[in-house]
Write a protein that binds this ligand. Structure first.
Ligand code: NAP
Length: 308
């Protein structure tokens, strides 16, 4: 008979790694499955995280590595693989991986986070990797002394624009409203930069070029005019979408795809929990993801006590 884990954590971003810390300390027989073999999740490509208590101004990559190291020091067991299917047999859940392996467990914490939302405009897919990027910290260096545009008005867009302004000759910010969603402190920092031009109330229409991006075409909502801006790169930062595709037939999700779960991280399926950006919540931050990891393991322990 194959081994049955107490807990399998799917995903190794801040929620998954925090859950792993709590699970190790609770002596649960736990396996952490990560898709790429690289822990940290979204923060790996975040330049700076300045709102995680005790870690002012830490680089996102460094924070991710510290979290992984913490789990390693507690003896956490990791496996690389993509989850293809989960079958719920009530007390035992089966997880099928892309290599055909089937893992058995009593409980699951889904902590697979979210991915970059696409704009869906002409040129976006064609020029991805040829001037279109979803990660300024990864690709910004290719645009040194050149002109770029950032689409979006949230924390990521504003942080990306600040980062790019250090490298690029000029940075346009294309935002569909007349105020940023981003934190005030970030917005003020951006607006003080001389080589940044914010085009308020504008929406991207298409991205054009020959082999690489040459222009971004935008629409001014106020005037109804269209404008073509000459740019070498377009950084798209219009939010995230939950990585819930394979879980939608297993647990209840809301109309935007997030798994319905409150602070206890319980889903509608007993023994299956959702932690971090993947669940319905007000604020998706590293600190709230880490908090979910702790809450989810607490709920797992209670579930195991009640059901064994
Ligand atoms: P976000 O906060 O959801 O912002 C997305 C932005 O893109 C919004 O300004 C939105 O406009 C715009 N947008 C969405 N769809 C669009 C479309 N189709 N066309 C044009 N614009 C569009 O997403 P995020 O910036 O990726 O951040 C995700 C989460 O991570 C947030 O909770 C954020 O606070 C958090 N985060 C925190 C930090 C930090 O604290 N250091 C850093 C990064 C991220 P509207 O404003 O008009 O809706």
């Amino acid at each position: 008979m194959s081994k049955i884990y107490d807990l399998v954590i799917i995903g190794s971003g801040p929620a998954g790694l925090s859950a792993a810390v709590y699970a190790q300390r609770a002596c649960l027989d736990t396996l952490i499955i990560e898709k790429t073999g690289m822990s940290g999740g979204q923060i790996l490509t975040t330049t700076e995280v300045d709102n995680y208590p005790g870690m002012p101004g830490i680089g996102g990559f460094d924070l991710g590595m510290k979290m992984r190291e913490h789990v390693d020091n507690l003896g956490g067991l990791f496996q690389t693989g993509e989850v293809m299917e989960i079958t719920d047999h009530k007390d035992i859940k089966e997880i099928r991986l892309d290599d055909g392996n089937v893992i058995q467990t009593r409980t699951i914490i889904i902590a697979t986070g979210a991915s970059h939302r696409k704009l869906g405009i002409p040129g976006e897919t064609e020029f991805t990797g040829a001037g279109v990027s979803y990660c300024a910290t990864c690709d910004g260096a290719f645009f040194r002394n050149r002109t770029t545009a950032v689409i979006g008005g949230g924390d990521v867009a504003v942080e990306d624009a600040i980062f790019l302004a250090r490298l690029c000759q000029k940075v346009y910010v294309i935002h569909r409203r007349d105020s940023f969603r981003a934190a005030k402190v970030l917005s003020e920092k951006l607006l003080a930069l001389e080589n940044v031009e914010v085009l308020w109330n504008t929406t991207p229409v298409s991205i054009t070029g020959s082999t690489n991006v040459e222009s971004l075409n935008i629409h001014h909502k106020d005037t109804g005019e269209d404008q073509s801006i000459a740019v070498d790169g377009v950084f798209i930062a219009v939010g995230m979408e939950p990585n819930t595709d394979i879980y939608k037939s297993l647990v209840t999700t809301d109309k935007t795809g997030y798994i319905v779960a409150d602070e206890t991280c319980r889903t509608n399926v007993p023994g299956i929990f959702a932690a971090g950006d993947i669940r319905t919540k007000q604020l998706r931050q590293v600190v709230s993801a880490a908090s979910d990891g702790a809450n989810a393991v607490y709920s797992v322990q209670r579930y195991l006590e009640e059901n064994l």
